[in-house]
Design a protein around this ligand. Sequence first.
Ligand SMILES: [Zn+2]
Length: 235
Amino acid sequence: MKLRLSFLFLPVLLAALALAQATAPAQHATPHSATSQPAVPAGKIWADLMDGNKRFVAGKPRAKALVGQREELAKGQHPKAMVLSCSDSRVPPELVFDQSLGDLFVVRAAGNVADAVGLGSMEYAYEHLGSTVLVVLGHTKCGAVTAACSGEKMPTSNLQAIVDKIEPAVAKQKNSAEGDALIEAAIKENVHQSAADVLAHSEVLRHAKEEHKLTVYEAEYQLDTGEVLRLGNEK
Ligand SMILES: [Zn+2]
């Protein structure tokens, strides 16, 4: 009976999937249909994040009405920016940018690299939540990049997977620096590479960027001062 039921449902499911496929291009064209407000310019969002970072550096975070925000956000979220950052416990994006509930859609992994799950998470934030800015945030003294610079084989395949993602950035800098200087250069290169990888491996985000609907910022957090410094040019 169960089997027969699922056969009955199969055409319905297929029709639903076909409908979803058919409407997908329309979603591409208007990814922010979820929000009726006009899109906030990327430069303004970045400036807000930098203002937040200044407050964090100064030790003067903005007071947050968390209970009210929590209740309001239970109805839905429209995070203004996505952040791809390192899992490092000293670099929580919400704190270093002095943001609150609902402000940032954060993907974190050691070495601020994104696998398929991370890319899918960012595609979701762009397509369905209306995030128009992606910040790829590395940080000084990153342990994952330091491990990649060591050239040593990692003790588990999972750890090796992280290092393998970072290794091309190390290879690019290896001939021009060594020791701590190599680590510093590789950290910056890895932010750049990670941002490029996101666009290379996500068609959705690449198109969004090409259509100027997504702006990517590359930045490095300074562990000792708390400052977020922008790297290179806006993409
Ligand atoms: Zn790190």
